[in-house]
Design a protein around this ligand. Structure first.
Ligand code: 2P0
Length: 316
């Protein structure tokens, strides 16, 4: 029986659209930070006692997706035993906090270890990616880049900087904890139907350079505007896909407008948003309590969690 923990991650440069759906190969490089308070703990046991894969904590299609991922690992080992899987998140599933990222990263590491497969970080990242694209970024530590690569073998994530490199915080503002109607997997499939999709990919390298420069110099004044521009750009693609995808709610917009106002008043804080209505507020640690205090008193805020940069997937 093996237990692994893996963090969710917040993308500063987003993965949206796949050039190969089965292998989950992206169109562009992406960059993220692992989140200290949003993580999945997964325990896997392979045994002849089980007559099918038993997955606790998940339902329906999700169970089939886990089984399929276990098949990939079983195949590598030449092992046909079924597994018992128990998985728990510290945050609500399906609300735009990447539960598939932390989930498939933890599952990949726990199942590989339970099967006694010894993979290095790159191999684990590749396998996690085939389970769920963003999961490859939850394997390495801290601040992470996923390179597009040319094939499955070289599309993986690696650490740009460890978790203690910069005291950046993600003040996660939860405005809705119910599951979203359209999964991001389905949303990805329609990404290229947006008339803006290819313009986004063509222009993304400039933004990637800004994000990297901001990280390198630990300069939120460079990083912040680039991640906001990126979030708006990705959501413009989502909204203009066919069928269109609106992950933002009115509550999301209220938070965005507050952030812009606080910044005008001198508080350095920037927003980014993934595939859901919740808003991630990026600031430095010395401002995290102030940002959290201000956001908590806004109407419609269900909860607020301050995340620090976190280590990647690990065994416990
Ligand atoms: C990201 N998202 O880069 C972007 C931002 C959502 C918005 O990666 O189909 O759940 O499992 O490969 O990884 C969500 O996509 O999609 C995602 P699959 P995944 O974090």
């Amino acid at each position: 029986m093996v237990t692994a923990v893996a963090p969710a991650n917040i993308a500063f440069i987003k993965y949206w659209g796949k050039r190969d759906e089965a292998l989950r190969l992206p169109w562009n490089d992406s960059i993220s930070m692992n989140l200290s308070e949003a993580y999945t703990t997964t325990t896997v046991e392979f045994s002849p006692r089980f007559t099918k894969d038993e997955v606790e904590g998940l339902e329906g299609e999700e169970v089939a997706r886990v089984s399929k991922h276990l098949d990939r690992l079983r195949k590598l080992k030449g092992n046909a035993l079924f597994a018992h899987v128990e998985t728990k998140n510290t945050f609500p599933k399906g609300s735009g906090i990447a539960s598939s990222a932390s989930g498939f990263a933890a599952l990949t590491l726990a199942a590989a270890k339970a099967l006694d497969l010894s993979f290095d970080e790159k191999e684990l990242s590749i396998l996690a990616r085939i389970g769920s694209g963003s999961a490859c970024r939850s394997i390495p530590d801290g601040f992470v880049e996923w390179k597009v690569g040319e094939s499955s073998e070289d599309s993986y994530a690696y650490s740009l900087y460890p978790s203690d490199y910069w005291d950046l915080c993600d003040v996660l503002v939860i405005v809705a904890s119910s599951e979203k109607n359209i999964s991001s997997t389905k949303g990805h499939e329609a990404a290229t139907s947006s008339p803006f999709f290819h313009a986004r990919v063509e222009g993304i390298n400039e933004r990637i350079e800004k994000v990297k420069e901001g990280l390198k110099k630990k300069d939120l004044g460079i990083l912040g505007p680039a991640i906001e521009e990126e979030a708006i750009n990705m959501h413009a693609v989502m909204m203009s896909q066919t069928p269109s995808l609106f992950y933002w709610s009115g509550k999301t917009m209220d938070i965005i407008q507050s952030v812009i106002q606080w910044r005008d008043e001198g508080l350095p804080v920037y927003f980014t948003i993934d595939a859901g209505p919740n808003v991630h507020l990026i600031c430095e640690a010395n401002n995290a309590q102030e940002v959290s205090r201000k956001v908590r008193i806004l109407p419609n805020v269900e909860s607020v969690v301050i995340n620090k940069p976190a280590q990647g997937a690990h065994l416990v």
